[in-house]
Design a protein around this ligand. Structure first.
Ligand SMILES: *Cc1c(COP(=O)(O)O)cnc(C)c1O
Length: 245
């Protein structure tokens, strides 16, 4: 089932990327979000070609990571933290995650930096942006994100690779497009047009790769890819037995 779901997902992505004959959009990285799923289900996804696994709780992720150490090493699986990270869990998080996508405060950035330094690691992160500026949602406000990224980029044991956002739940995924567009514009403004921290720009900010734009989930990835997403986070469309697309 998982294998078929992934196949279907890939053809859905291709349909968007190769619309009108030419490749209009680059193929995004698929992060399979496996919260609530078993190590066996994750293994099945990896056997079907998934290379990136997302979790939203540190404790749950550690248990699965321990189960799947060998597979992770053999297949070069990357582990992503996509849920809100409490400061007191930063120490555990830096041990297992390749990319922390949910960096949402300077306080947390400082703690990640401190914990990464202790294990001589440079932790890759994305700044989470509250694109809809909804109260009670995690992430930097769009208007504060540039300033936050500047601050974060000064930390030696953090490398900020791009931005992440969760679009608000809407009835028609097309309605999410303005939020995705907003995040892309912010990414371009911050990482491509902005000239801050020039000495560290290449090494710390993008490392020569295009900055990550992590947006799009099972219900809205097509709209996100059309707006330039290069990393989508997919749970239900991969792991559900009944997901209809
Ligand atoms: C659960 C989750 C996803 C995946 O959502 P689906 O709708 O199941 O595809 C993506 N991003 C985050 C932050 C999540 O918590």
């Amino acid at each position: 089932m998982i294998r078929e779901n992934i196949k279907k997902l890939r053809s859905g992505i291709s349909a968007v990327c190769f619309a009108e004959g030419a490749q209009a959009h680059p193929l995004p990285v698929i992060v399979a979000v496996s919260k609530g799923r078993t190590p066996e289900e994750i293994e099945e996804a990896v056997e079907a070609g998934i290379t990136d696994i997302g979790e939203n709780r540190v404790r749950e992720a550690i248990v699965k990571f321990d189960h799947l150490r060998r597979l992770t090493a053999e297949k070069n699986v990357r582990w992503h933290m996509v849920g809100h990270l409490q400061t007191n869990k930063a120490k555990e998080a830096v041990k297992i995650f390749d990319l922390i996508q949910s960096l949402d405060s300077l306080h947390l950035a400082e703690e990640i930096d401190r914990q990464a330094a202790r294990i001589s690691k440079v932790q890759d992160v994305l700044a989470q942006v509250n694109v809809s500026a909804e109260a009670g949602k995690f992430g930097f406000e769009p208007k504060n994100t540039l300033e936050a990224v500047k601050e974060i980029s000064r930390l030696k044991n953090i490398r900020i690779k791009g931005l992440m956002a969760i679009a608000p739940v809407v009835r028609d995924p097309q309605e999410a497009r303005p939020y995705f567009k907003r995040l892309r514009e912010l990414r371009d403004e911050i990482f491509e047009r902005n000239d801050f921290s020039p000495a560290n720009h290449e090494r710390r900010i993008t490392n020569g790769e295009p900055p990550v734009l992590s947006m799009g989930m099972s219900g809205d990835f097509e709209a996100a890819v059309k707006e330039g997403s290069n990393m989508i986070r997919i749970g239900r469309a991969i792991f559900n037995h009944t997901h209809q697309g």
